[in-house]
Design a protein. Structure first.
Length: 495
């Protein structure tokens, strides 16, 4: 079992007028989207993406489900951008983290497109888990640029992958074993561009409350300049998994490719050795070519944010072959366990969840019974007419029950009425069912030689016909709601 505790914060910053970042913080799904596009485009792109992500993951809460949900988010933003001219060319980054159950145990699944980041704070060290999909980072991944050079590279803000600019996008996916005391930070570039990794590390080691940590990180970025929207989501692993030991320090297990991809993703470094900086799971350089210069310029984030995007296809998307993969960071020996707190907030949330779940289950049960109990149908039982309460053939295991039996036999019923009775004639109420039976009886009694239960009303009998009986029997006489027919000339009144 894994218990998470989280906090989040977002700020428009000091320069921009609109906050195009959007954070998602729920029980098991977390995300940061950093939207871009003129006017309201960026804001809408980020929200649209997060909505689609939540819906997609809700349908399938697994590692593959998370990857699929990011693909859904891409398509949602893309289609909306295509449909509304004012939103054309909008896009958004997306870093998502989700707690999922696998056969090996609980895992934190991560999915990334763009330059919002996921970090893991473990044992006092901060490790960047994601690789930015920016020109500079792609060059680092190809070994053509050092991390230090990338940090000041003029193309460091130009994205090579963004959600919403094409019908498909390559999504990087990882699995991480959530260990006791782990802290995961999801953030937009508004944080990482303003606050050095050392300060983030220090803050995360000092502020134990995740909400306070997120708010403080955002505050630090605003204080440091606030040139961009700033968003941070902090997810603490209060109770985590105990991963099996692996041989050697810094090993990496590539455990498969995400759906829809050719399965690339190469080496990863679980961190520690290189300290802060891009260290984990980089896409195979040979399959993720850097975009041509002309496309890079179009993709320039500044242009996207400042003005309506210049046409479609801004922010170059990696080739379809640049597929996502799953990389699992292994356990390391000498774990540093932070104190385990069992926060009241999580307990309360879990309780609330169970209460709501119980309430929904009861409501569903009540609705089903109301539905079944308010349904009636007229049918045959042992070749005699009966009224059932319930649904024909049963409903979710609830079988109909006979609430009324009549003496009217199949053989006496006009043949045209028999087939519907064999399958059951539904009526909206018990009164309506009785009325239908009453009509049938009228029809039966109107025939020559009516059965014993028919009322004797000699005045209405055809001339020259002697009633076979002068008593009213069988059903015990007329009763409210049943109604005794006039005896002749009345065909089935069933409606
Ligand atoms: Mn940003």
């Amino acid at each position: 079992m894994t218990v998470l505790r989280s906090g989040s914060a977002s700020d428009v910053g000091r320069v921009r007028t609109v906050n195009e970042d959007f954070a998602l913080e729920s029980l098991t799904l977390f995300a940061v989207a950093d939207g871009m596009g003129g006017h309201v485009g960026g804001e809408i792109a980020a929200r649209t993406a997060v909505d689609a992500l939540r819906a997609g993951f809700g349908r399938k809460a697994s590692v593959e489900g998370l990857a699929g949900a990011v693909h859904d988010a891409n398509r949602a933003v893309f289609e909306r951008g295509q449909a509304e001219p004012a939103l054309r060319g909008m896009g958004t980054t997306m870093i998502a983290a989700a707690l999922v159950a696998t056969e090996e145990g609980d895992r934190l699944a991560l999915a990334n497109v763009g330059d919002s980041r996921a970090y893991r704070f473990h044992g006092g060290a901060l490790t960047q888990l994601t690789t930015d999909h920016s020109v500079a980072e792609e060059l680092v991944a190809r070994g053509e640029l050092t991390v230090e050079e990338a940090a000041v590279h003029p193309h460091r803000h130009i994205l090579t992958r963004v959600l919403g600019v094409g019908p498909d996008v390559a999504v990087d996916v990882w699995q991480v074993v959530p260990e006791d005391g782990d802290r995961f930070l999801l953030c937009s570039d508004g944080l990482t561009n303003e606050v050095p990794a050392e300060e983030i590390t220090m803050l995360l080691s000092e502020r134990r409350d995740p909400q306070e940590a997120a708010e403080t990180l955002v505050h630090m970025a605003v204080e440091a300049g606030g040139n961009d929207n700033v968003t941070a989501v902090v997810v603490d692993v209060v109770v985590g998994e105990h991963p099996p030991p692996v041989s050697g320090e810094g090993g990496v297990a590539v455990i498969g490719a995400a759906p829809g991809g050719a399965g690339t993703v190469g080496a990863a470094d679980p961190g520690g050795s290189t300290g802060p900086g891009p260290a984990t799971a980089v896409a195979d350089p040979t399959s993720a070519p850097v975009a041509p210069a002309s496309e890079m310029l179009e993709a320039a984030r500044g242009a996207l944010r400042g003005a309506p995007a210049a046409g479609t296809g801004a922010a170059v998307v990696g080739r379809s072959g640049a597929a996502p993969g799953l990389v699992e960071t292994p356990a390391r020996r000498g774990d540093h366990h932070l104190g385990i707190h069992v926060p009241r907030r999580v307990t309360f949330r879990v309780l609330l969840f169970l209460v709501v779940l119980g309430g929904l289950a009861y409501a569903g049960y009540a609705v089903v019974h109301w539905y079944v109990d308010s349904s009636y149908f007229v049918a045959l039982d042992h070749e005699k007419i009966v009224i059932y309460q319930g649904r024909r053939g049963g409903f979710v295991g609830i079988q109909p029950k006979i609430v009324k039996r009549y003496d009217i036999a199949t053989a006496q019923i006009p043949s045209i009425d028999v087939p519907p009775l064999r399958s059951g004639v539904e009526e909206p109420s018990l009164a309506a069912a009785r009325q239908y039976v009453s009509g049938l009886r009228d029809a039966v009694c109107a025939q020559e030689g009516p059965p014993a239960y028919c009322p004797t009303t000699s005045t209405t009998l055809p001339p020259g016909l002697t009633p076979t009986s002068t008593t009213v029997r069988g059903l015990g006489g007329p009763r409210p709601g049943v109604g005794v027919g006039a005896g002749t000339g009345v065909q089935s009144a069933a409606a």
